[in-house]
Design a protein around this ligand. Structure first.
Ligand code: FAD
Length: 403
């Protein structure tokens, strides 16, 4: 293998470069990214970086000097426009082209756009990259009232930061509870009460019909006819995988670029990793798309290994985390399709877990300030054995004793 070209210079791509280096990959690596930054971590963007407690330098996976290597060509600020599979070549928006022997698509995802009148007013933000946070911080410093559309992880993390900066915060959510896509009603209710105690106003079962303002936003018009006075808006209503480039090249995609358990697409010389993939997971017994650092990192390691001639499959219990105020939520597994939820511990102590079972087997854990439950829960999920719910619920029995 001589030339590996990576499209996208985000988290997965950065890990791929590191893994190829660790595995002593002998060929040349070209990393093409449309952002003006070397690969960086996004999780702090809606947490400590937004709060101003972390510098931009601390976001980078590796310092710029790491890329100073004759076997590595980082091409930043450059968008890939075409994959020519016959010529085994990609072309960028500045008219350049790069040949590949193997290509890795690591294009990630982009925020889903809210298409309502007034959506292009100043002061309306999405959050995906460093530049977005810089704009949000500038907006927030001049704002008293911050409105957040969408009560998923990003919306709620931004709400927590905005409260810590003493802003008046309203969160508008279309569904009847927060984080409805990923956690149980019990955990949603807990997070709603925490945010209320911190002074956040949450409006569930509410949609936006328009944004009001001349050039800059000054109101959010709700479907009940009310208008929220606001100085700025952050929209976090989900993401869309960046699959268009792959689809235009004729690769199979369906809610993500379809890859096998080796991270290979329908073209054997093209891999895909991270948020943009629809992939099989034998631990879960199904295919899915994941939006998490763990997935991007593990798929990158798998692809790197296969690019180095090994035969490595991706099979992982997924995990994720979210920081809101002084609460660390750690999620292992995928709770979708559970038929029983067990509460372990006492919610009023702010250290507890929700354990999700299907057919008597543990499929997911949501641990709030309970890292041990999270770590041991991952092992239990991987064990795929029937567990007595009464024993799971007893915080005096360590989960590891049930493994
Ligand atoms: P990305 O890191 O998004 O990288 C993709 C890169 O490809 C981008 O730089 C993009 O601009 C570039 N690109 C796209 N198309 C092209 C093209 N045609 N040409 C060139 N470049 C292109 N995950 C967690 O596990 N825990 C968290 O707490 C958490 N918090 C998050 C907070 C925020 C605010 C955000 C935005 C994400 C968070 N995530 C979190 C998700 C996590 O960051 C992503 O799952 C991860 O970054 C995915 O990595 P990736 O390499 O697939 O995509």
């Amino acid at each position: 293998m001589k030339n590996v070209v990576i499209i996208g210079a985000g988290h997965g791509a950065g890990q791929l470069v590191m893994s190829l280096r660790q595995k002593k990959f002998q060929g040349h690596i070209t990393l093409v990214g449309e952002e003006d930054w070397h690969p960086y971590q996004r999780p702090p963007l809606s947490k400590k970086f937004l709060l101003g407690e972390l510098s931009a330098e601390r976001l980078f996976l590796k310092p710029p000097a790491f890329y100073d290597d004759p076997s590595l060509s980082p091409v930043l600020n450059s968008r890939v426009m075409v994959i020519d599979r016959d010529a085994r070549q990609i072309a960028t928006d500045d008219g350049k082209s790069y040949d590949y022997d193997a290509l890795v698509i690591a294009t990630g995802s982009r925020p889903r756009q809210l298409d309502v009148p007034g959506a292009d007013l100043d002061g309306i933000h999405y959050l995906r990259g460093i530049d977005d946070v810089n704009a949000i911080r500038a907006s927030m410093s001049n704002s008293e009232h911050v409105s957040i559309i969408g009560a998923g992880y990003i919306g709620l993390e931004v709400a927590a930061v905005a409260r810590q900066l003493d802003k008046k915060v309203t969160v508008v959510e279309m569904e009847n509870r927060v984080m409805s896509r990923v956690v149980s009603p019990e955990l949603s209710a807990y997070y709603e009460s925490v945010h209320s105690e911190h002074g956040v106003q949450i409006l569930p079962s509410t949609s936006i019909t328009a944004f009001a303002g001349e050039t800059r936003i000054d109101g959010v018009i709700l479907d009940n006819g009310e208008t929220l006075t606001t100085d700025m808006v952050v929209i976090g209503i989900g993401i869309v995988p960046n699959t268009e480039l792959a689809e235009a090249a004729g690769l199979i995609a369906d809610n993500g670029i379809v890859v096998d358990d080796h991270c290979r697409t329908s073209d054997a010389s093209i891999y895909a990793i991270g948020d943009c993939t629809w992939h099989p997971n034998s631990q879960l017994g199904k295919s899915l798309r994941l939006e998490s650092v763990h997935n991007a990192v593990e798929q990158a390691k798998t692809a790197a290994s296969n690019l180095c001639g090994k035969d490595t499959i991706y099979s992982q219990v997924p995990w994720f985390w979210s920081d809101q105020y002084d609460l660390k939520l750690q999620i292992a597994g995928v709770s979708q399709g559970y038929d029983e939820v067990v509460l372990r511990g006492d919610m009023t102590t702010h250290s507890f877990s929700c354990l999700y079972l299907r057919d008597g087997k543990l499929i997911a854990v949501d641990a709030v300030n309970a890292p041990r439950d999270y770590i041991q829960g991952r092992l239990l999920i991987a064990g795929n054995v029937r567990i007595d719910p009464a024993r799971l619920a007893d915080p005096n029995i360590p989960l590891k004793d049930l493994v």
